[in-house]
Design a protein around this ligand. Sequence first.
Ligand code: PLP
Length: 396
Amino acid sequence: MISKKMIPLVNNNSVIRAMFEEGKQMAEKYGAENVYDFSIGNPNVPAPEAVKKAIMDIMENEDPVKVHGYMSNAGFPETRAAIADNLNRRFDTHFTEKNIIMTVGAGSALNVLLKTALDAGDEVVTFAPYFVEYGNYVANYDAKLVVVPANPEGGFMPRTDKFAEAITPATKAVIINNPNNPTGVIYPESVIKEIAAVLTAKQEEYGHVIYLISDEPYRELAYGGAEVPYLTKYYDNTLVGYSYSKSLSLPGERIGYIVIPDESDEAEQFIEAATIANRVGGFVNAPSLMQLVIARCVDEKCNVEYYEKNGKTLYDGLTEAGFSCVKPEGAFYLWMKSPVEDEKEFVQAAKKYNILMVPGSSFAGPGYVRISYCVSYEQIERALPKFKELAKEYGL
Ligand code: PLP
């Protein structure tokens, strides 16, 4: 007999994962080249060559007891120092290794931060549309996710007016994701300053800390040199969760980190508690081999131009076909308006053309669909005529 808390999770098992499975079945039936699977955000750009070289070098030259052993729950000091140094160079911050805790990707970074910060009944605010797991992560700690409505008229920027209304005396944290999954937009500095101003005023009003959790798996995937503001510079109680899943194409390796700045409330105690949360949450420590790889590859980048080209080709082709789309500025997602109100019906109709997209309702963004374009360029070229046929079906 499974736990009562698990029953709704089993019943609403992720639509994205279900589509991923459906895509594999369709590929077997129709041939992979005839299926246009835009469902999951699994990077198709290979990890940089330096990652492979680092793995080989570590296996040849490092002490195997170190490579495969336990270390401090926070991770190897040299990896954390290399990350702190990289951030300080790029963002003019002043972190040291003690501000960094290595994690099992962004998923565990968020869980460790939430476990450290939340009590049962606390509220966590986020902006629609949002990454579907936030609700599950927050529920892990018996807290409640409060969602600020989406802002389609304002280019899906966070609605700062509604944001202030969503914050109550029970608010303990806010999660923000920039560049954004699922919309592909980047929140500029002006928006971040508004969010920081609301939070500063609300902290003052309620007399307790409200953390701003910056979920950053797509930080490095910003197009045309667009700037993604580094949030610790705008608001002292910022906590960062980062991942190498997308930036170095290593999602299966499960590696990321947390930043807890000295300026944040009771930082030393929070760092100690988060290190313990990493252990008691069952993660124990981030994968040791990957930590050693990151220490050597901290300045490596993936091929962002590849995603940028995919995004542009898809945006141009879909707009030409008559669809209304949000122009991607980063990550690898295109957010497209469904030609009918019920986007699930539209997603179903697209399957006739072997096109798989995720309904926006899965991200609290009904009426839209997410097209994940971390796929081959050829898939996009082959899919565009099919999208044109689909558009015609809706009289576009
Ligand atoms: N946050 C967002 C917005 C994501 O899109 C994802 C993964 O797709 C994650 C967190 C989890 O990333 P990770 O694979 O590093 O756990």
